[in-house]
Design a protein around this ligand. Structure first.
Ligand code: ADP
Ligand code: MG
Length: 559
């Protein structure tokens, strides 16, 4: 028998988790059941795609059983099982992908975060158990193994007898302490309750032997124990249920269970389409920006199911980049199980689904913007940049999709407005949509160039995000109105008289201007008389289409 130490990092994390004030200990069961379900998904998928394996519905289940006398709780599944290596690699090391290094210890505030971020689902067992034993036999393997651990001290691993492929996890439930009771995790009714609460939609039966008092046949007065195997979960995946049967809490639980995020969803969309293409989708907009969202590590995509069987974890083709923050899944009857990644990209059905989904997300956001402005602003704070990148990246091709979802700060309203709101507020004589760029609203407020436009009673949009100006350059117009920077050469405001006056001043002061140009040679292209200044003596202005702010960004870009 080999005894191995957990890696140092795992040990620290494990200790932290076990000792953390994790208020919801019951979720350990959800974690173990969802692992079992994943494992059955894997073997189920194999049988469906491998002609040498046959599939029998009855062979796939999860069984939960408690033994009060021995204080053990067992979760058994008929999933794909684990080899010795897999037992060691999957259960012995937490920070598989180096996520631990990513988030510093100090940033971890409570147990919720840990479980959510590191995928330490299995370790949750140690919240309620002193000893965890995993006996597993992998598909395609003759030898089963037993993995055992008492928590932070490491684990042992040795060969073991097991007839069928699958995994059996036994928890030695902790003794009660003065403050904590663990007895509930050995009570049938409690276990049943927890399963119903968190794992009802699991697609495989979760069975328990339930003992009830029943009248004895020949004597109706006398009650005797009667034990019967029952399936606890309803097995209908949540996305196939009727919306009217579901509460917000159901959706939130699902979001947590699926680890879409460790926040709550800001909005969910439950989509059922039954036309030329048929599919169900359950989509979520997170409340917070995922911690890796604006990094290279972030992978967009939705889970893809073919008639209830998971075929891909993250199908990127289902989401355009500008909606990459959306989490969730798609289940379609019309997709073949054997489809490969390359074929998937070409798949017509998938393209149709993807298009349909994008439209639905857009409409949902539009609805939110109209009906719950506060919530929408919260959404836009988190993901608005992504929408602007969407307008910019596809050379304006997405503009119809996205332009009405954009918000910009307005000089007049002193809050965010949509382009539609801007245009509807324009006085009749205003020809352009004016904008000003700068680092912050405060900085833009102080720009001399804004004065004249404001004086005319025109509203100015303040662009504080680098991408803002790039995006509207791609759009060119909104509602047939061109965008115009307040620092561009011709503001379209000056009257003919104004222009004449400027010209004559220009001639009168030629000597002075030439002298200034000489002194500033190489720094500015030209020095001109301006009629757009009120309380400031001078301002910088851009010549042509590229504003000063854009030029700064362009100069920072690698060639
Ligand atoms: P996650 O489920 O997020 O990957 P877990 O800590 O819950 O993280 O599980 C770690 C890994 O251990 C799983 O990815 C899986 O490979 C393996 N595993 C856990 N439980 C089982 C099981 N019942 N059958 C097969 N493999 C399992
Ligand atoms: Mg898990």
């Amino acid at each position: 028998m080999e005894k191995k130490q957990f890696q140092a990092e795992s040990k620290r994390l494990l200790e932290m988790m076990i000792n953390s004030i994790y208020s919801n200990k019951e979720v350990f069961l959800r974690e173990l059941i969802s692992n079992s379900s994943d494992a059955i998904d894997k073997i189920y998928y194999k049988t469906l795609t491998d002609d040498n394996l046959t599939f029998d519905q009855d062979n796939y289940y999860i069984k939960v059983g408690a033994d009060k006398e021995n204080r053990t709780l067992t979760i058994k599944d008929t999933g794909i099982g684990m080899t010795k290596e897999e037992l060691e690699n999957n259960l012995g090391i937490i920070a598989k992908s180096g996520t631990l290094a990513f988030k510093k210890e100090t940033e971890i505030k409570d147990g919720h975060d840990i479980i959510g971020q590191f995928g330490v689902g299995f370790y949750a067992a140690f919240m309620v158990a002193d000893v965890v034993t995993v006996i597993s036999k992998a598909l395609d393997s003759d030898q089963a193994f037993k993995w055992q651990s008492e928590g932070t001290e490491g684990y042992t691993i040795e060969p073991h007898e097991k007839a069928d492929v699958g995994t059996e996890i036994t928890l030695k439930i902790k003794e009660n302490t003065e403050d904590e009771s663990y007895d509930e995790f050995l009570e049938e009714y409690r276990l049943k309750e927890i399963i119903k609460k968190y794992s009802d939609f699991i697609r495989y039966p979760i069975k328990m032997d339930i003992t009830e008092k029943r009248p004895k046949d020949d004597n109706e007065e006398e009650l005797v124990d009667h034990t019967e195997e029952q399936t606890i979960n309803s097995m209908v995946p949540i996305w196939r249920k009727n919306k009217t049967e579901l509460t917000d809490e159901d959706y939130e639980n699902f979001y947590t269970e699926k680890r879409y995020g460790f926040d709550k969803p800001l909005q969910h969309m439950h989509i059922q389409v039954d036309g030329t293409i048929r599919f169900h989708a359950l989509l979520f907009i997170p409340e917070n920006i995922p911690f890796d969202y604006y990094s290279k590590e972030y992978e967009k995509g939705l889970e893809l199911y073919s008639n209830g069987v998971l075929i891909m974890d993250k199908c990127a083709d289902l989401l355009p980049d500008y909606f990459s923050f959306v989490k969730g899944l798609v289940d379609s009857e019309d997709l073949s199980l054997n489809i490969s990644r390359e074929m998937l990209q070409q798949d017509r059905q998938l393209k149709l689904i993807s298009k349909n989904i994008s439209k639905k997300i857009k409409n949902e956001l539009k609805k939110l913007l109209k009906n719950d402005r506060e919530k929408y602003e919260k959404f836009f704070d988190a993901f608005g940049r992504q929408l602007k990148f969407g307008v910019y990246n596809d050379f304006g091709a997405n503009k119809d999709m996205l332009q009405d979802l954009l918000l910009f700060y307005s000089s007049k309203e002193e809050k965010n407005v949509t382009l539609d709101e801007y245009v509807s507020n324009m006085p009749e004589d205003q020809k352009y949509i004016y904008y000003a760029t700068g680092e912050s609203i405060d900085r833009i407020e102080k720009l001399p160039q804004t004065e004249l436009v404001k004086d005319k009673g025109y509203e100015i949009l303040y662009f504080t995000d680098e991408v803002d100006e790039f995006a509207i350059k791609m759009m060119r117009t909104y509602s047939e109105k061109e965008f115009k920077s307040v620092s561009s050469g011709d503001l379209g405001i000056e009257s003919d008289d104004d222009k004449k006056e400027t010209e004559s001043e220009e001639i009168e002061n030629k000597e002075l201007l030439d002298k200034m140009k000489e002194i500033l040679a190489g720094k500015v292209k030209d020095v001109k008389v301006s009629n757009r200044l009120k309380s400031h003596p001078v301002c910088l202005s851009a010549d042509g289409e590229v504003s000063i702010e854009m030029e700064k960004v362009l100069n920072q870009m690698p060639d």
